[in-house]
Design a protein around this ligand. Structure first.
Ligand code: HEC
Length: 93
């Protein structure tokens, strides 16, 4: 039997696939700049604008999954916000 004990734990969340590094590679500087503007205009209305470096990429994914629906942005805008935040997240611990 070779498949009985998978070495890897189950993937925690699909979005966790995008790390700080992949976000920086996959999005252009223009897209990240748009994401920054959307972040500033959509994410500071209910509370202060959190510093992107305040959390790691993994932590941010969980937060964004809760906060993006609150911000009521389009799916395209949400993707840009996520890309900007993840690309500028704290270094993984
Ligand atoms: C409709 C109001 C509202 C909007 C818009 C909103 N938030 Fe929040 N946010 C909250 C509330 C309420 C809390 C505290 C309770 C909680 O954590 O759910 C919070 C908490 C947070 C926290 C702290 C979480 C933690 O675990 O310490 C972060 C970071 C955050 N929001 C980021 C964002 C980002 C990024 C956006 C834009 C996508 C956003 N928020 C948009 C209401 C909002």
């Amino acid at each position: 039997m070779i498949n009985c004990s998978p070495k890897k734990a189950a993937t925690p969340a699909t979005t966790a696939a995008m790390t700080k590094e992949t976000a920086q590679k996959q999005y252009t500087a223009d897209q990240l700049a748009s994401g920054q503007q959307l972040y500033a205009s959509s994410c500071g209305t209910c509370h202060k604008l959190f510093k992107t470096e305040a959390f790691t990429d993994v932590k941010w994914h969980g937060i964004l999954n809760r906060m993006i629906p609150k911000a009521e942005v389009s799916a395209a805008d949400a993707a840009l916000i996520r890309a900007y935040v993840i690309a500028n997240a704290a270094a993984a611990q």
